[in-house]
Design a protein around this ligand. Sequence first.
Ligand SMILES: Nc1ncnc2c1ncn2[C@@H]1O[C@H](COP(=O)(O)OP(=O)(O)OP(=O)(O)O)[C@@H](O)[C@H]1O
Ligand SMILES: [Mg+2]
Length: 359
Amino acid sequence: MSPYDSDPADRLVTAAADGEDQAVEAALRPKLLDEFIGQERVREQLSLVLQAARKRGATPDHVLLSGPPGLGKTTLSMIIAAEMNAPIRITSGPAIQHAGDLAAILSSLTEGEVLFLDEIHRMSRPAEEMLYMAMEDFRVDVIVGKGPGATAIPLELPPFTLVGATTRAGLLPPPLRDRFGFTGHMEFYAPAELERVVHRSASLLDVEIDPAGAGEIAGRSRGTPRIANRLLRRVRDYAQVRHDGVVTREIAAQALKVYEVDARGLDRLDRAVLDALLRLFGGGPVGLSTLAVAVGEEAETVEEVAEPFLVREGLLARTPRGRIATAAAWQHLGLTPPVQPVRGAVPAQPDLFGGAAGS
Ligand SMILES: Nc1ncnc2c1ncn2[C@@H]1O[C@H](COP(=O)(O)OP(=O)(O)OP(=O)(O)O)[C@@H](O)[C@H]1O
Ligand SMILES: [Mg+2]
């Protein structure tokens, strides 16, 4: 049996939204730019773009928000609309299969409306090309009829602001990227910022928490507000069931031990990968597929689910010769790295059967 037999997508520390997240996120989302914690640079730049547009009485330039899941792209897009006092229309790349789907949305926009296009890198090619023209000239060509008799009917659009979000900015074709007047790159949050996120969410959820309790949750949240909010909800459950509901450092640590999220935010799968790398392969280098077999997982799961965070945390490195553990990995698991053999030294003959035979 795999030591990690639940679906990796169900992990407590995944940055992707699950059903429960979607239900509570609306309540936890900051509504205005001033309430949005962290991301100082993006916030300042965006604030200038919006203020300038307001001053000119114009519609703000198109905005692209890029960055890993759970950092606040959807939240910011809603803030843009709220700050501009404009309605917002929400759709996503995968929902737009045909150019006609996009034409229908675009032609029904009102002046100044914000069109939020999530996962914009997953839009179909023909829709993308229609979007170029819509973004630049506020115009689309609606094709009527089929074959040689098809005609393009130009349709004027009211000025609108496109807010695109993507976790993979590198996948956007340059002509699309170039049509955004402003691109905000979202960064992982610092622990102190996440602590503020936890405090804010706790007060919205009516959870009593002290600063050390918030710090404990923040430190395990992988730089991601969505994870911080999720861990807070699980810690709240524990505090309410086993204690009086107040979250302290002690309670948070106990709760997250139950849920197998360690002090650095590693979960069972992450730790299993590190543990195998250190204990079975002496810290590597070891090939991905060998490591995956040792953990009882698919190579893909190890590579895509566990490794990115381990690499980001400086616990594991991918080298051409295979995966290797860093000194920090040994330290984190409380293990001692093997002593490096001195070149040319004669290795001592191991006493395989234990010296004290017959005892
Ligand atoms: N700066 C912030 N301050 C407070 N809460 C935040 C902040 N950023 C994100 N959050 C919270 O984190 C949750 C996830 O944010 P959001 O849905 O905007 O992420 P996202 O970048 O759109 O993720 P995805 O790529 O999965 O769509 C929301 O519930 C929101 O309340
Ligand atoms: Mg989103």
